[in-house]
Design a protein around this ligand. Sequence first.
Ligand SMILES: NC(=O)C1=CN([C@@H]2O[C@H](COP(=O)(O)OP(=O)(O)OC[C@H]3O[C@@H](n4cnc5c(N)ncnc54)[C@H](O)[C@@H]3O)[C@@H](O)[C@H]2O)C=CC1
Ligand SMILES: O=C(O)[C@@H]1CCC=N1
Length: 282
Amino acid sequence: MSELKGKKISFIGGGNMAQALISGLLARGIKPNDITVADPSQDIRDALKSQKINTVDPTGTTDTNNPQIAAKTADVIVLAVKPQVMDKVVADFADVLDRQLVISVAAGLSTDSLSKMLGGYQNIVRAMPNTPAMIQKGATGLYANDSISETDKQLAATLMAASGLVSWVEQEEQLHAVTAVSGSAPAYFFYMIESMIEAGVEQGLDRKQAAALAMQTALGAAQMAITSGEAPAELRRKVTSPNGTTQAAIESLQQDDFAGIIKKAMQACYTRSEQISQELAD
Ligand SMILES: NC(=O)C1=CN([C@@H]2O[C@H](COP(=O)(O)OP(=O)(O)OC[C@H]3O[C@@H](n4cnc5c(N)ncnc54)[C@H](O)[C@@H]3O)[C@@H](O)[C@H]2O)C=CC1
Ligand SMILES: O=C(O)[C@@H]1CCC=N1
C-alpha cells in the first residue's frame, strides 16, 4: 500500500463498483479523509459521509462543491459512472487534468474514446474489476498503453489490489474477455446458486437450509480450486464415483451442453462489451 500512502483518490460516481473498491481501500488502511466521491445521489453521499469520506455534489456550482474540486485535488481519479454517461460527466472537469492518473472501470469504453472525451488527456489506465471487491475477493483485469509510466502502472495495480487479485492484459481488446471471465461473472455464479436453492426447495429442503448448503458448497469448491493445486477437471473427477450420483448429475449437464451454454453466455458478454466500445467510439 506504500504507493498509495498520502495520495488523494477521487471517485467520479459512488455507486456499486465505487463502493466495492472503496471498502477495499478502507480495509487496507487508506484514510477516509484521503478519499473524495462525486455523486449526484444525496443518499449515496450521506452514506459515504457517515464513513468520514469527503463528498461533492457534481451538480453543485459553489467553490467547494462542484465536480472540478474532486478532480483538481486528486492524485488518482477513478471513473466509476456508466459508460453511456461518461462523456457528459467528464466534460465538467476534463480541463483541470494536468498530472492525475485516471483509472476507468467503465465496461467497453476504450482508452482512445476516453482520451477524446478528456480533451486528449493520455494518462489513463483501464480496469475491469468485479463486485466481490466489496469483501476484498475481487478480480481485476488492467490495461495500460505504452505511454503510461511504470510508477503510474504500479499505482493503479496497488489501488485495485486493495480489493483482491489483479492481472494485466497486453492488448486492450483482451478486456472484453476479462469482462466475460470475471467482470460480469459473479452474476453467473449467483444465478447458479439461485437455481440450486430453488431446486433444493423443490426437492424438499427448507429454503434457508438449501441456501446455506449451496453457498457453502460454492465457497468450498472455489477455495479448493484455488488452493489444491489440482485442475478443476481433476477435482470434479474426485467427486464423481463411477455410476454414482454425481455422474448422473454431470451426464445430465453434458446432455444439455452445459459447457456450450456457458460459452454462449460469455460470448454474448464479450460481444456486448465490443458493441459498447463501438457505440461510444461513434
Ligand atoms: N457493477 C459491476 O459489477 C461492475 C461495474 N463496472 C463498471 O462500473 C461503472 C459503474 O457501474 P455501477 O457502479 O455498477 O453503477 P451504479 O449505477 O451503481 O453507479 C453509477 C453511479 O454514477 C453516479 N452518477 C451519475 N451521474 C454522475 C455524475 N455526473 N457525476 C458523478 N456521478 C454520477 C450515479 O448516481 C451512480 O451512483 C460502469 O461503467 C460499469 O461498466 C465494472 C465492473 C463491474
Ligand atoms: O453489466 C455491466 O455492464 C457491468 C460491467 C461488468 C459488470 N457489470
